[in-house]
Design a protein around this ligand. Structure first.
Ligand code: HSE
Length: 438
């Protein structure tokens, strides 16, 4: 029987400090739940002198991660430095030394997960990565354990707090994208270079991880269709409201039997759906399992203490196994490693959904019939039309929503429409999730 679990922490940034804080301030609570003490033996960071929100004894800090990875006394290596290298090498080295690993590194797992998970499975080493998706929200455990009885029919997720904060402010306060983004940056909700978040790259990493667990598969990031939020304007928010919708950046996975739809884009969803009420920088995940039905998870997707909570849950999970002499209880990707296979993701051209179009058209007789003519010739059926304002010079917005249409037809039709001389600007398309979103 082990007398204590010893951990080494690589990366003493915001989340690292949060983890240290929980492990030290809540050590008694953790001991009661784990059964034996959990000790932070060593911490590695390139900057040992920075003033931090936690006081760490000088003698346990080092700049040399090898002092953790090579220490035979340390059971669990916690990687919280982020980035690809040297994080990947540190994790693979830790696995090679037979150490259990906990990481929050979504970019690394979404890109190199296959090699990391295979190596860990071969070495019978556990990897905890709850904090990599949805911060404090127990998404990974939900897919790997709680929904193990289910075929996951669909997952709709608000997986990026920055985008949700921006879209919520635009919706509630009537402000435009650039103003809210600047404000979000000054409040610390958005990075100074916001590309990763607003272009949905961060969301793609999270969706890739969810897909690999839900369907026991390898996912190529480039196969996930991704569209960011920077093109959303106040007029789209207002038209959405008039149509009964809220615009959210949704990560969507739908099992179409034989292929899985995986896409991320700004999406109009009905006001009265739970996802619509997820405001500010919160994240939410709506699963539909064939036995469970709807399962909804909500919480903080980032931040020092919420993310630390998820990291510590992994540490204690693995610590409990070690304390009971179990090497690794749950397969890393939810499926047994020999069952991992490649599944096809449906190309975006083949999806069928409802659409919102905002045309910038001249206001003159015959415009609507020209536009609807092209839509009709491309098998697109119009569900509603809104035209507001009358300008003799310049464009007026003409908004249409469609019945179910195929993306390929939509793209073809809009290419033709945008070439018409009555259309003055590129048409805005926003997909609508309505009928299938239960
Ligand atoms: N940048 C992410 C977000 C948090 O805005 O949600 C880390 O995944």
């Amino acid at each position: 029987m082990k007398e204590a679990i010893k951990v080494g922490l690589i990366g003493l940034g915001t989340v690292g400090c949060g983890v240290y804080k929980v492990l030290t301030e809540q050590s008694e609570l953790i001991r009661k739940r784990l059964g034996i003490p959990l000790i932070v033996s060593r911490i590695a960071d390139i900057d040992v002198d920075r003033i931090r929100p936690v006081r760490v004894p000088r003698e346990i800090i080092t700049t040399d991660a090898a002092r953790i990875i090579d220490d035979p006394e340390i059971d669990i290596v916690i990687e919280l430095m982020g980035g690809f290298e040297p994080a990947k090498t540190f994790i693979l080295d830790a696995i090679d030394r037979g150490k259990q690993v906990v990481t929050a590194n979504k970019a690394l797992l979404a890109t190199y997960g296959d090699v990391i998970f295979k190596t860990a499975e071969a070495g019978c080493v556990d990897i905890g990565f709850e904090a990599s998706v949805g911060g404090t929200i127990p998404v990974i455990k939900t897919i790997k354990e709680c929904l193990v009885a289910n075929n996951i029919r669909s997952l709709y997720g608000i997986m990026n707090g920055t985008c949700n904060y921006i879209l919520s402010r635009m919706t509630d306060g009537g402000e435009d994208f650039q103003t809210v983004l600047k404000d979000a940056q000054s409040l610390g909700f958005a990075e100074s270079d916001p590309t990763y978040d607003i272009e949905a790259i961060d969301t793609a990493h999270k969706l890739a991880i969810c897909l690999s667990l839900a369907y026991g598969t390898r996912v190529k990031l480039d196969d996930i269709y991704r569209q960011g939020i920077s093109f959303i304007s106040q007029s789209d928010i207002e038209f959405a409201r008039e149509l009964g919708y809220t615009i959210k950046l949704l990560a969507i996975a739908i099992d179409r039997g034989g292929a899985v739809e995986a896409r991320i884009h700004p999406t109009m969803i009905p006001f009265d759906h739970l996802l619509s009420s997820v405001g500010s920088n919160f994240n939410a995940f709506h699963f539909v399992g064939d036995s469970a039905g709807s399962v909804f998870l909500y919480g903080q997707g980032a931040g020092m203490m919420p993310t630390a909570s998820a990291v510590v849950s992994d540490i204690v999970d693995i610590g409990r196994d070690l304390a009971s002499g179990i090497a690794k209880r749950v397969p890393l990707r939810s499926y047994q490693e020999r069952e991992i296979r490649d599944i096809s993701l449906l190309p975006i051209d083949d999806i069928v959904t409802n659409y919102y179009f905002r045309f910038s058209a001249v206001d003159r007789p015959g415009v609507l019939s020209k536009i609807s003519g092209v839509l009709g010739l491309n098998n697109i059926s119009i569900a509603s039309v809104i035209q507001k304002g009358r300008r003799l010079e310049g464009a007026v917005p003409v908004v249409m929503t469609t019945h179910k249409a195929r993306e390929k037809d939509v793209r073809q039709a809009l290419q033709e429409i945008d070439r018409l001389d009555i259309v003055l600007d590129k048409t805005i398309i926003i997909r609508i999730e309505d009928e299938e979103l239960i």
